[in-house]
Design a protein around this ligand. Structure first.
Ligand SMILES: Cc1cc2nc3c(=O)[nH]c(=O)nc-3n(C[C@H](O)[C@H](O)[C@H](O)COP(=O)(O)OP(=O)(O)OC[C@H]3O[C@@H](n4cnc5c(N)ncnc54)[C@H](O)[C@@H]3O)c2cc1C
Length: 432
């Protein structure tokens, strides 16, 4: 059904999105936004709700970047445990960020409801599954840290996780009831629709080639036009390239791939029977969820390797397929051989300390960046907060201090090293 490299979500999203026009000629607005993912669209929507005119310039199509390709886990908090976030940022700023991201799934779900976004939302939580007894001890500490902050998280033993997964062999896990799952491409399109209905302009296939200072404003140069704006928010995250000197030099870009089986019919009912999404604690992480049609979507770190067979029977084959088949066979031996009808990958922006940033690049130019694989909630609430900041609420509106771009001198070494480890994992998991 679906051919690589299109993400399943783009094909199955019930939110329709018309082909948008490119920017042609000269336009003006209060806030120019580069990038049509969760961050850019949320910034635009919230700016419009506060009475500012906003214009999104997207190089490809809405949701083309990580926003249309991710696993769809609407998780609370960051990759780092809450205690570690507070230790890194200090008690005041740290607590602020932890609280904000702890409440972020509820904000995303509220936004989905408020704008009637048809994105397969489930609210039954997510499971962080322990791949070893030691990892379970780590999850116990994480659960305790969240519970001290009043969050509804539960530590599950081996049997409880096996029941919620419908198989497995995990040593236990952490169930976070604040979380849920979505079709992420549909969520991005729904945000775009909501933004349009509030007067935001969205130009697709409009890569910004340069951001220049001109006559007291910013001028964003595209191929067939230019946008003049008082303020600019660059929301390109892992897909940014070299648009602004120095931006992204703190990011190690890694890949994450996903494969989706064909709908499993009745067999799907026993797997993740309550609809949670899952990711594990293994050093090379693996994720698993179901979609609304009963497909299993399995993912892991690394590039997608393989392709679709030619002809009528266009099932995915190759190394990533072998990995997914073997991993699913170990989790659910009763499933037997599976057919994969969609496969894709995307880029994740990792920072050296696993903390996101909100950079100030110049007077009136900002860049929220580096979500370390937690962008559905983080991108949405950072966009909301930036709109409040741009509306004049001051630095207090932001969950992080504004910082200049920093640099990770080892990022060029780390990226190929990590990808080599991820490739080794695909080979090992696929053949053992
Ligand atoms: C495979 C995968 C799985 C993930 N799983 C999860 C998950 O389960 N839960 C979660 O919370 N997060 C997850 N993430 C992370 C999450 O998807 C991202 O953090 C989030 O989508 C980032 O949103 P964004 O809007 O900042 O950037 P993006 O969605 O990447 O958008 C950036 C956009 O900028 C555009 N662009 C780039 N340069 C230009 C230019 N010069 N001019 C105009 N436009 C430009 C790109 O085309 C792109 O559309 C995952 C990521 C990946 C890749």
């Amino acid at each position: 059904m679906v051919e690589a490299p299109v993400a399943l979500w783009e094909v199955t999203a019930r939110e329709r999105w018309p082909d948008g026009a490119a920017l042609c000629g000269e336009a003006r607005c209060d806030v120019a936004i580069v990038g049509g993912g969760f961050t850019g669209l949320s910034t635009a929507l919230h700016c419009a709700e506060r009475g500012m005119s906003a214009h999104v310039l997207e190089a490809e199509r809405v949701g083309h970047g990580a926003s249309g390709r991710n696993v769809g886990l609407v998780n609370a908090g960051l990759w780092l445990a809450p205690d570690a976030v507070e230790a890194a940022l200090g008690p005041e700023r740290g607590r602020r960020l932890v609280d904000e991201l702890g409440q972020a799934p509820a904000y995303v779900m509220g936004l989905i409801e408020r704008h009637g976004i048809d994105c397969e939302l489930t609210r039954s939580g997510t499971i962080h599954a322990a791949h070893s007894p030691r990892a379970l001890a780590g999850l116990a500490a994480r659960a305790e840290a969240w519970r001290r902050r009043g969050a509804p998280v539960e530590l599950l033993d081996r049997e409880e996780v096996a029941r919620l997964v419908g198989g497995g062999g995990f040593h236990g896990g952490l169930l976070d009831r604040r979380a849920g799952t979505i079709n992420p491409a549909a969520y991005a399109r729904g945000l775009a629709r909501a933004a349009l209905s509030r007067g935001v302009r969205i130009s697709e296939r409009s890569p910004v080639r340069a951001i220049l200072r001109a006559g007291g404003r910013w001028r964003l140069e595209c191929d067939a036009g230019a946008l003049l704006a008082e303020r600019v928010v660059v929301c390109t995250n892992a897909y940014g390239g070299r648009l602004w000197p120095g931006l992204g030099r703190n990011l190690t870009i890694i890949h994450y791939f996903n494969l989706a089986t064909e709908p499993l019919g009745e067999r799907a009912e026993e797997i993740l029977p309550e609809g949670q999404g899952l990711w594990d604690t293994a050093p090379v992480m693996c994720s698993l969820r179901k979609d609304a049609a009963g497909r299993l979507v399995i993912g892991s770190m690394g590039r997608l390797r393989g392709g679709f067979a030619a002809g009528a029977d266009r099932a995915f084959h190759g190394l990533s397929q072998r990995f997914a088949q073997a991993r699913l066979a170990r989790l659910f031996p009763r499933l037997g051989r599976l057919r994969f009808e969609a496969a894709w990958d995307g880029r994740i922006a990792m920072t050296p300390d696993h903390l996101p940033r909100i950079h100030q690049l110049a007077e009136g130019v900002f860049a929220p960046i580096g979500y370390n694989g937690r962008g559905i909630t983080t991108g949405t609430v950072f966009g909301r907060d930036l709109a409040a900041f741009l509306a004049g609420e001051g630095d207090d509106a932001l969950p992080l201090p504004l910082t200049p771009p920093d640099r990770d001198p080892f990022r060029h070494i780390k990226a190929p090293l990590f990808e080599a480890v991820f490739l080794g994992n695909q080979l090992w998991q696929g053949w053992r």
